[in-house]
Design a binder for this molecule. Structure first.
Ligand code: MG
Length: 386
């Protein structure tokens, strides 16, 4: 029986994780859950999975949960310390890190330090402090398993191969809903347009990241840290059908890929069960029914966020943390109609330009850079500078 903590249980990945746990009760048990503001869903999850400990963001929600759960044996905590308590609970074997944004960094690091295996869905953790996370994972000899579909595909395509034989990694990108837009169309994009992703059913933040292609930029940085290949060996192909989830090219010209219907349950299940595979009841991939799959080069002029991420990775130090923070603020401003779609990348670029990079040696420093990036982005947006 694998005992699991899910950080971010009411988000898209968290909900899918719990569906898998529910389908395999003889293999998995939920020990801890953390959630943001969706208290009603968390209540349902607590009643269904009977975790020993849960955590929410605010103390107000703690009282709300307590009043609804009288007589239920569950410890209810709040804030970052609550998330850390969930991530490090003594009986937990694996932490599913599915919090959105840089907020996942501290509890994920705590889980690794406590020797827990981590199924990592939170790419911003690696973007913000990848060198520190990977060094600690090595030190603690834990398994860090990718949940992001592209990284799961690369992980599977690297299995049984020698890393010195790898020529390059190729991440696929759907290209988002605006793949064929003109510049004039970009100027009028609304949050509702950007939230309607053609292939994947995802949370709000990642849907916008997908529309700007910052999601792919973050994933290039994530791949760099997870698999320890330089940026020059990581390419992106636009693949609108989202069937080939990513590929690895070897020096003899062979290319290994992992394919499947676009459903996050497959990579989540692989991370939970690795090195085994779970018998999921999904509709099989029907390649003949699909007819054809297409691929093209990404357009870095229309999607400048992708290039910004490569630039941040090349700069190193605290730059990726600052870029990620500025992106989180810009996306939120776009979603609340304070910033146009085209200005998202402009805010990020300006914040990166204004930042004085430092070598990254501690988590506290990564958090300070994150905070600086947030403040600077907010300042530029509020001041109408961008
Ligand atoms: Mg992905």
């Amino acid at each position: 029986m694998k005992k699991i903590a899910v950080l971010g249980s009411t988000g898209s990945i968290g909900v899918s994780t719990l569906e898998i746990v529910n389908a395999f009760p003889e293999r998995y048990q939920i020990v801890a859950l953390t959630a943001g503001s969706n208290i009603d869903l968390l209540l349902q999850q607590i009643r269904l999975f009977s975790p020993r400990i849960v955590s929410v963001i605010s103390d107000v929600d703690v009282q709300k949960l307590k009043s609804q759960l009288e007589g239920v044996d569950v410890q209810i905590c709040s804030g970052v310390t609550g998330m850390i308590s969930c991530a490090t609970a003594s009986e937990v074997d694996m932490v599913v890190a599915a919090v959105v944004g840089a907020a996942g960094l501290v509890p994920t690091m705590a889980a690794i330090k406590a020797g827990k295996d981590v199924a990592l869905a939170n790419k911003e953790t690696l973007v913000t402090a990848g060198s520190l996370i990977m060094a600690e994972a090595k030190r603690q000899k834990i398994n860090l398993l990718p949940v992001d579909s592209e990284h799961s595909a690369i992980f599977q395509s690297l299995a049984g191969q020698r890393r010195e034989d790898v020529r390059r990694l190729i991440l696929t990108a759907s290209g988002g809903p605006f793949r064929e837009y003109s510049l004039a169309q970009f100027a009028t994009v609304t949050p509702a347009d950007a939230l309607a992703h053609p292939n994947w059913d995802m949370g709000r933040k990642i849907s916008i990241d997908s529309a700007t292609m910052m999601n792919k930029g973050l994933e290039v940085i994530e791949a760099h840290w997870l698999f320890n290949f330089p940026a020059a060996m990581i390419d992106v192909h636009v693949h609108p059908e989202s069937i080939v989830h990513s590929l690895v090219e070897y020096q003899d010209g062979a290319v290994m890929a992992q394919l499947g219907v676009p459903d996050m349950k497959t990579p989540i299940a692989y991370a939970l069960a690795w090195p085994e595979r779970l018998p999921l009841s999904q509709k099989p991939l029907d390649l003949c029914g699909m007819g054809q799959l297409s691929f093209s080069e990404p357009d870095k002029v229309f999607f400048p966020c992708l290039q910004l991420a490569y630039d941040a990775l090349a700069s190193g130090g605290t730059v990726p943390a600052v870029m990620n923070a500025a992106n989180e603020v810009a996306v939120e401003a776009f979603l609340t109609n304070q910033l146009s779609f085209l200005k998202i990348s402009q805010v990020i670029e300006k914040v990166m330009y204004l930042h004085r990079s430092e070598n990254l040696t501690t988590v506290e420093q990564a958090l300070r850079a994150d905070l600086w990036g947030r403040r600077k982005a907010q300042e530029l947006i509020s001041g109408g500078v961008v």
